[in-house]
Design a protein. Structure first.
Length: 262
């Protein structure tokens, strides 16, 4: 790995390099890392900005949505002047304005069974910042089958959840075997969400991405972090591999994406 830095890089990342746990080697790992962020909304915006600021060398952003006025209460990478523009373009521009040295690949498309494998193939770590169960399960299944680390967050109203799914550890379906019936769990567009809650959740997600890349601390594999912003309380719930899991269990039902009705 290339651990030579320019004077400009040494200044930009000085507060990272000062940390014994990061140092020049950790910063070089960040520069070499490739992270895919799926969703350029409330979670994806802070994620992309902090990953770019941290010097993650290659960042992919997947979203087919356009910026609307109602997004701006929480999706901080988009500005009022961006209304109508593709979110991936707006988020990429915001990331590059912070750090022009990183490479950002905007994918103006909706995640689908047809494109997910190609999208994942160029990346080491994947972040779920989507807002619907169909995309969450598709991404979780595809990441497991491709052996990618998935760092997942979800928000609703005043609450957030966060976990990491690593190869060999419990998978998303060990935690949540199947999507809830349509209409049972409301979306943020139906039930609302406090803007800053998405910012904290996306920033926690970014923190876990940086830790995974550098290889420091204790990750969230096998742990679900639950945050209640109204009570301002954080809880950790442990979970293990489910031997009956449809994806990673002893007799998996899902062995490729075509096998589960996608
Ligand atoms: Zn599993």
């Amino acid at each position: 790995m290339d651990i030579d830095f320019t004077e400009n890089e040494i200044q930009r990342y000085a507060r990272h390099i000062l940390l014994a746990e990061v140092g020049g080697v950790g910063q070089a790992k960040l520069r070499a890392a490739r992270v895919l962020v799926v969703g350029a909304g409330g979670l994806g915006c802070p994620l992309v900005l902090y990953l770019a600021a941290a010097g993650v060398g290659t960042i992919g952003i997947v979203d087919d949505d356009r910026v609307s006025l109602s997004n701006l209460q929480r999706q901080i990478a988009h500005a009022t002047a961006d209304i109508g523009a593709p979110k991936v373009v707006s988020a990429a521009n915001a990331a590059l304005a912070i750090n022009p040295a990183v490479v950002v690949h905007p994918y103006d498309m909706r995640l689908s069974p047809e494109n997910v494998d190609a999208l994942l193939s160029g990346y080491d770590i994947v972040c779920d910042g989507t807002d619907n169960f169909a995309a969450r399960y598709l991404l979780a299944d595809a990441c497991y089958l491709a052996g990618k680390i998935l760092i997942s967050a979800a928000v609703l109203r005043f609450e957030a959840q966060l976990s990491t799914f690593r190869p060999g550890g419990p998978c998303y379906r060990c935690l949540y075997p199947e999507a809830p019936p349509a209409g049972l769990v409301p979306s943020c567009s139906e039930a609302g969400v406090l803007g800053a809650v998405t910012g904290v959740a996306g920033t926690l997600q970014a923190t876990e991405v940086l830790k995974e890349i550098i290889g420091i601390g204790t990750g969230l594999s096998g742990r679900l972090l639950l945050w209640d912003a109204l009570e301002m309380s954080f809880r950790n719930v442990g979970f293990g591999r489910d031997p009956a899991c449809a994806l990673c269990g002893a007799h998996p039902r899902i062995t490729d994406l075509s096998a589960h009705g996608y």
